[in-house]
Design a protein. Structure first.
Lengths: 252, 252
C-alpha cells in the first residue's frame, strides 16, 4: 500500500441484508463518496446483529485501516445494538451523551421524549457526536470508528457532517471502456498492457446481457496520465484486432 | 447457533464493488437461494483482488461455516486470481483439470482454444468441477469452498448445478409488517414482544420515503407458528395504539 493511501472499511450491521430481503444501498454510495474525498474503501463485512460478531469485525478492522464505518442498528428498538457492541469492542461503558440528550429533548419536547428515544442518546464513553440534520438522533465517532445510520438518506447526511474531519490522501481515478469481444480474446494483450503499466490497475468484467459476450475494461490509478497511456494501449489493441469498442467513459 | 442450522459465508472478490462503480447483485440472490435450501448466510466479506486478502478471508470462514462461496475472478484475464488464491488458502498447487480441459476443448475447438481460455481449466489440486451450462468454463468446489462466477446469470446456473450436493438444515421463515408510526413509538412494545417470543427474531427497519416516518417489522423464525404468534402480538399492539399498518406480507 502506498504511504499516501488513506484507507477505510465498512461493517454493515446486517441481518436484513444477510436474509436477502433488502439490498444494501450504502456500500456503493460510501465507496464513491470516500474516493472523492481521497480515501479508499478496502474491505466490507456484513455481519449478523449479534454483539460478538460486531466486535469481531470492528476490532481487527479499526486496527488495520485508517477509518471504520458501521451502518445500521442505532435506532430506538431492541435490535439496535451497535452502540453497545462498539463500546464492547473498545472496552468502555455506554453512557448518555449530554449534548445528544439536549438535542433530542429540544426536538421532541419533554412529553414525547420517550425511553425509546432516550436510548438514542447513548454512546460509548469518550465518543463524539455526528450531526444528523435529517432526524436529529446523532451518529457517533469514537477514535477512528464512525457509527452511522442504516437509512441511506440519514447515512448520507452524516457523511456530509464529517467531511472536514477526515484526513485525505490520493483519489483513485477510473476510466472504463466497453469492448464488444469475448474477454478471452483480449486477455493476453490486456495482461501485457497491465505488465507495461504498473502504475495502473486494470480490471476486466465480462458481460453477456447484449446477447454477444463483451467486457468492461476498467483502468484505475491515482495518476490520470497513467490511465491515459494504458487506455490508449487498450484501444490500439482492440483496433488492431478489429474489435468494436464504445467511447471510453469520462475520467472520474 | 442451533445444531440444525447449516451455515454459509460469501466472499466477494471485489475491486469493482469496493470502487462503488458496480452494485453487487449476487449477495441477495445467494442469500435467498440458500435460505430456500435450508442454509443460512451468516457473513459476507468484500475483499480486494489481492491474493493475500482472499486467503485471509477464505481460511477463517471455511473453518467456521459449513460452506463458503466466492464470487468473481475466475475468467481468462490477468486480474482473475481466485483459483490461485483459494489454492494458496488450502496450501495446494494449481493444476489443469482434465475434464475441464476436455469440455473447453470440445466447446471451442482446437483453433480457438487459446492460452487465455486454457487458464479457465486450472483448479486447486483435488478440486471438483461445478457445471456451467451458460458459458462452459466451470466453477470449482474444493472441500467446503465453492468458487463461483461473478456474472450473476452464470453464478445462478452454477448454484442450480450444486443443489443436490449441499446438506441442508432449517429454513428460516420471514413475515413482514409495515407500520405507519415512528419506530420510537413502538420500540418498547416491540421489545416486550421480542422478549415474550424467544423463538423469533424481530427486526425493525425505519423508513422515511413516504414523508411520514414508519418502520418495517420483520419477524424471522424456523417455526412458522412462532411467527404467527409474534405477528399477532405486534398487530394487536399497533391496533391498541391506533397505528395504521399494512397487511402483513405472505410468510416466505
Amino acid at each position: 500500500m502506498d504511504r499516501s493511501d488513506i484507507t477505510a472499511a465498512l461493517v454493515i450491521i446486517g441481518d436484513e441484508i444477510l436474509s436477502g430481503r433488502t439490498q444494501d444501498a450504502n456500500l456503493a454510495y460510501l465507496a464513491k463518496w470516500l474516493n472523492e474525498a481521497g480515501i479508499q474503501l478496502h474491505e466490507v463485512r456484513v455481519v449478523q446483529d449479534i454483539e460478538d460478531e460486531i466486535v469481531a469485525a470492528v476490532n481487527p478492522l479499526r486496527a488495520r485501516y485508517d477509518y471504520v464505518f458501521t451502518t445500521g442498528g442505532i435506532g430506538p428498538t431492541h435490535d439496535d445494538i451497535t452502540v453497545d457492541s462498539v463500546a464492547a469492542a473498545f472496552g468502555v461503558p455506554v453512557v448518555v451523551h449530554p449534548e445528544a440528550y439536549r438535542r433530542m429533548l429540544e426536538y421532541y419536547g419533554e412529553e414525547n421524549f420517550t425511553e425509546a428515544r432516550k436510548r438514542m442518546t447513548r454512546v460509548p464513553e469518550g465518543a463524539e457526536l455526528i450531526d444528523n440534520p435529517v432526524s436529529i438522533a446523532p451518529g457517533i465517532r469514537i477514535e477512528n470508528v464512525f457509527i452511522m445510520a442504516g437509512v441511506p438518506k440519514i447515512m448520507q447526511s452524516m457523511l456530509e457532517a464529517i467531511r472536514g474531519e477526515l484526513k485525505t490522501g490520493r483519489k483513485v481515478w477510473t476510466q472504463a471502456l466497453t469492448v464488444h469481444a469475448p474477454e478471452s480474446k483480449i486477455a493476453e494483450g490486456l495482461g501485457d498492457i497491465q505488465a507495461a503499466n504498473p502504475e495502473t490497475s486494470i480490471g476486466s468484467y465480462p458481460f453477456y446481457h447484449t446477447g454477444t459476450p463483451g467486457a468492461q475494461i476498467v483502468i484505475r490509478s491515482a495518476a490520470p496520465e497513467a490511465i491515459d497511456t494504458a487506455m490508449g494501449a487498450v484501444m490500439n489493441m482492440c483496433d488492431a484486432a478489429g474489435f468494436d469498442t464504445d467511447h471510453p467513459t469520462e475520467l472520474q
